[in-house]
Ligand binder design. Structure first.
Ligand code: AMP
Length: 214
């Protein structure tokens, strides 16, 4: 079963995707993570996208579609969770074609419902474990007092360069201008499902599970 998690930055897509990986053997495909990996390993593409990402703008469709295409050549596990992809109508069309080429399709597009005030608060408070990617929040899920990640025990926490108010404003504008039209697109295709995204992590997860098990 392949799904898209759709929502603005800070909606909790990555956190929920990680739960689905653990609980359902699904494979998380986060184009944001792939681009950050390309940057930190210093590839030519990584260097090309660095300034665009820091500004909060979208990288080209061609680059992200290429990244996703590569991943679909591999193991499909319990299905893919598309996290942060697609973000434009051109990417959505390309995803449909790539899935069809691989003899599979999209089961659901899960739209996470949140409000902008909550997003600013979540994003500016966000950090992750540099080793395993566990997500922390200064208010709702602070880093453990012993300084060690509760998931893997590493003690290297990171904050994203683009998790600041200025970049977030651009990211939100990009979302409303270029990504939110996908809500209409998937509604018309008949696979859009809304899930409240503002509750506790487990409450949001229960909403997503209810859709997946329906
Ligand atoms: P994310 O981790 O999903 O918030 O993505 C971080 C940044 O990577 C975004 O602000 C964009 O600059 C870039 N990015 C990630 N996914 C995409 C995508 N599907 N299309 C264009 N740019 C993307």
């Amino acid at each position: 079963m392949n799904i898209i998690l759709l929502g603005p930055p800070g909606a909790g897509k990555g956190t929920q995707a990680r739960k689905l990986v653990d609980e359902r053997n699904m494979i998380q495909l986060s184009t944001g993570d792939m681009l950050r990996d390309a940057r930190s390993s210093g590839t030519e593409m990584g260097q090309k996208v660095a300034a665009i990402m820091d500004a909060g703008e979208l990288v080209t469709d061609e680059i992200v579609i290429g990244l996703i295409e590569e991943k679909l050549e591999g193991d499909h596990g319990g299905g893919f969770i598309f996290d942060g992809f697609p973000r434009t109508l051109a990417q959505a069309d390309a995803l449909g074609e790539i899935l069809e080429k691989h003899g599979t399709s999209l089961a659901y597009t899960i739209a996470m419902e949140v409000n902008d005030d909550a997003l600013v608060e979540r994003i500016t408070a966000r950090s992750t474990c540099g080793n395993c990617g566990e997500v922390y929040n200064d208010i709702t899920k602070p880093q453990p007092a012993d300084g060690k990640c509760s998931n893997c025990g590493a003690s290297d926490f990171k904050r994203r360069a683009d998790d600041n108010e200025e970049s977030l404003r651009t990211r939100l504008m990009e979302y409303y201008k270029k990504t939110s039209p996908l809500l209409g697109y998937y509604h018309a295709k008949g696979n859009l499902q809304w899930v409240p995204g503002l509750g506790e992590i487990d409450e949001v997860a229960a909403g997503i599970s209810a859709v997946l098990d329906s």
